[in-house]
Ligand binder design. Structure first.
Ligand code: DQA
Length: 148
């Protein structure tokens, strides 16, 4: 099984961004943890980060034929990235959206996610572990079907 782990704008700066919101782990550290978690579940996790919405849309279109699920933290694109939303929807793949911070406890404009509406579910506020929970869910969903 192959799962895409996609991170959007500014998530390459994790480790330097406000640690009270985003924790202290860098993106390479988080990606390594999710890849290792995938190996334990016989799942290949392929990582991609870009600060550009178009590059993420291109990546999703290219990779969809070879993937079974998507974990995405779209960063600020989650709140307004309609072409990202459409690209995710067009895949037909199960998507889990992750936010390190609890977007519902922040500014009102952050509380809405346009990409979350095409996801199976959204995990927010659990830090980097959110990516691990997303992986666990997707592997179970894809191999067994959760019935939800
Ligand atoms: C974020 C939340 C977004 O509002 C913000 O723009 C980010 C990170 C999160 O992981 O909490 O860049 O997606």
């Amino acid at each position: 099984m192959r799962i895409l782990l996609i991170n959007g704008p500014n998530l390459n700066a994790l480790g330097q961004r406000d640690p009270t919101l985003y924790g202290t782990m860098t993106l390479p550290e988080i990606e390594a943890a999710v890849v290792a978690g995938g190996e334990e579940l016989d799942t290949e996790v392929v990582c991609f980060q870009s600060n550009s919405e178009g590059a993420i849309v291109d990546y999703i279109q290219e990779q969809t034929p070879n993937a079974q699920g998507i974990i995405i933290n779209g960063g600020a694109l989650s709140h307004y990235g309609l072409s990202l939303r459409d690209a995710l929807s067009d895949t037909g793949l199960p998507v889990v959206e992750v936010h390190l911070s609890n977007i519902h406890a922040r500014e009102s404009w952050r509380q809405r996610s346009v990409t979350g509406s095409v996801a199976k579910g959204v995990i927010a506020g659990l830090g980097w572990s959110g990516y691990m929970y997303a992986l666990d869910y997707l592997v179970t969903e894809i191999t067994q079907g959760s019935g939800q």
